[in-house]
Design a protein around this ligand. Sequence first.
Ligand SMILES: [Zn+2]
Length: 447
Amino acid sequence: MVESGGELSRSVSMDKIVELCKRRGFIFQSSEIYGGIGSSYDYGPLGVELKRNIKEAWWRDMISRRDDIVGLDSAIIMSPAVWEASGHLKHFTDPLVDCKSCKQRFRADEIEGDKCPECGGELTEVRQFNTMFKTFVGPVEDEASVAYLRPETAQGIFVNFANVLQATRKKLPFGIGQIGKRFRNEITPGNFTFRTREFEQMEMEYFVIPGTDEEWFEYWVNERLNWYIRYGVKPENLRLRPHPKEKLSHYSKATTDIEYNYPFGWGELEGIANRTDYDLTVHSEASGRQLTYFDEETQTHIVPYVIEPAAGADRAALVFLLDAYEEEVFEKGGKKDKRTVLRFHKAIAPIKVAVLPLLRNRPDIVEKAKSIADELRMVMTTMYDDTGSIGRLYRRQDEIGTLWCVTVDVQTVEEDNQVTIRDRDTMEQIRVPIEDVKAILMERLQY
Ligand SMILES: [Zn+2]
């Protein structure tokens, strides 16, 4: 981990990733046939597998494998009273200015000077613009039916605190985690999927005894930083950035961002916040319901403090793509060759294995390859491909990060009933009996 940003010599650029994502089916611009819509993206066949793997890894490590954390899936549309109490109606704003000549709108904290950056025109006074998406519930569009698309998943957890506590009988410290969409009407989204108006949040609220919150804050900062490293993100591309006290959100005692070295510079990947007892206290006051924990040791009702690691599945997907990307030059048969390879961690790789027939015009080879693919598909994501020469097929699989290629050749069907398994990273090949392939790959998939 480095403490300050520096230029890294990397072959990856945003243009290369955006192009690769579209061409190979990771990420498409939303509504593209109609010219697209600002900052909305769709995940293609590989992208959806990638994002599912990231969410599953998060869920497994943050919830399934821990006795102290449980899951939740709360609704996107909640009572507007929630946003009134949480402070979002008042505080969830961006400072905006309009240009009086060209009518363009900018974030006041993102422009320099007092003139329009587009035309040099005069700007209006700064106004606070609420970034929650407003909608109407029911058939009548009036003030009484106003509702909001949730700007964070956390509030669904806080308003269910008493329900979960009552149902699970958990003891402090314990956490509630959830993955779900959240919406924020960003005025300046951008950098592909880095900042979008709609994205999937992976959030966990960890409730602790007041006084132990600083310790748990440190614990979760380290835990979350190491999570990205465990799944293959290079430590030198990650750093921690504590927020200065004067820049903290209205509910926060301390916040630290895990930042990533994107091609456009260091930027947030995940934030860990000490939300104190703010949320439970305001919801308790506004709802009239007691949101406390009864501590048997001290025989008192206490309002727990909350440590919140909040990550985005979409931003994590972008980081895993960027960090895995490599252009490699290597020797092959005395000649220099080149390949693009996504070195995804095995838990993250969208396709685990590809089965390839050496000759696509030999029915016996094709049939054998298809039957191996059918068997592997039952236990891991498998792709069958016969649309090119074997060298070309390997390159195509490297470029999407497929861990292994199984190749069926003439020798397989005419002599030994064996196939080759080629490793993505080393490009080494071993020859094994067909009946062992599944067990070997299942074994290698363990981590
Ligand atoms: Zn202007």
